[in-house]
Design a protein around this ligand. Sequence first.
Ligand SMILES: *Cc1c(COP(=O)(O)O)cnc(C)c1O
Length: 397
Amino acid sequence: IPKVKNIIIFHMKKIKSQTNSEIISFIKSIYKNQKYIALHEPRFTGNEKKYLKECVDSSFVSTVGKFVQIVENKITNYTGAKYAIATSNGTSALHIALLLAEVGSENEVITQPLTFVATCNAIRYCNANPIFLDVDKDTMGLSPKALKIFLRKNTKIKNKKCINLNTKKVIKACVPMHTYGHPCKIDEIKEICDEHHITLIEDSAESLGSFYKGRHTGTFGELGTISFNGNKVITAGGGGCIITNKKFLAEKAKHLTTTAKIQHKWNYDHDMIGYNYRMPNLNAALLVAQLEKLNEYLKNKRFIAQKYENFFQNLDIKFFKEPQNSKSNYWLNSIIFTNKNKKDKFLKDSNLNGVVTRPVWILMNKLPMFKYHQKGNLINSEWLFERVVNLPSSVQL
Ligand SMILES: *Cc1c(COP(=O)(O)O)cnc(C)c1O
């Protein structure tokens, strides 16, 4: 009898299907019928002005100052990583993380085609080439299965190095990304990387506040990177962070991001080519206030996600729920359409009506600067590209 009941409910649920204008009205109702509803805008509801004033008054607005230290302490406390190094943005954090993994011109780096362009730019800044492997449909992040198959078919291990049989280059690192804040199957990826002597770097730019099996994203790999850009869960205006458990990597990260200057009371002495990638104190001041609000914002974001989930239950449109074993920050809420035409029509209807929605990024392997790089079968990435739309996800005021 319970089985029959389930079938009836299932059919009843299938019947109802809302129009684009009904969906748009629903989104407007979440955001108090504002005229223009952004995809993700920051909120400044805490000590932002207070700390910024304090920072300006102190005259320490640049790369030295107490707020940078506070940021790093708060990040290690929150994520459980032993060390955090604050950077000018998430892209510079990725660049340095790849350099720390000793990625260079004779190397290749595995990543996913479904990501923001910064992931691949950072790989090319190191003169290495990306290899694009598919994502899983249930996480939108790098697929451990695709990774395993690719490595089995295309590589051999020699002197503890993973050699790509097609190019004879060493695959040095793997950079999965936790798409829209949803953790990928990072423990499986970690295991495969370890077996193949590949350094794991997690692009956790979008996943501050997301946990996999109780552990914060970005702490599974040797290195993790976070972004505090204006559109992320919390913002420094511009900013980023490298997290790691290894002291020597943390020390080197700090050194590389601060022009490789040797500490001295008055001398200017540098021992390698460094970068001006340190987070300015002014940005850190803003970020400290934002970090104080992180848990409150995350709660609110789950609340919004729940509203979307309830709304889309009756539709042939599927709400993208946090994957198994995961607690997502629900940075950007996503829905999956049954086909490309319906998706395109919705994008047009919503954006022309003051509700900002976005398709996923054009796949990296389609961009002119990356289209000649090696890739695997990208069937899931293509499938998601045709169907996924991001909905407004800012914290509600
Ligand atoms: C935002 C983002 C970055 C880059 O961060 P910035 O702070 O904007 O430089 C890198 N990777 C992904 C996946 C991102 O979403």
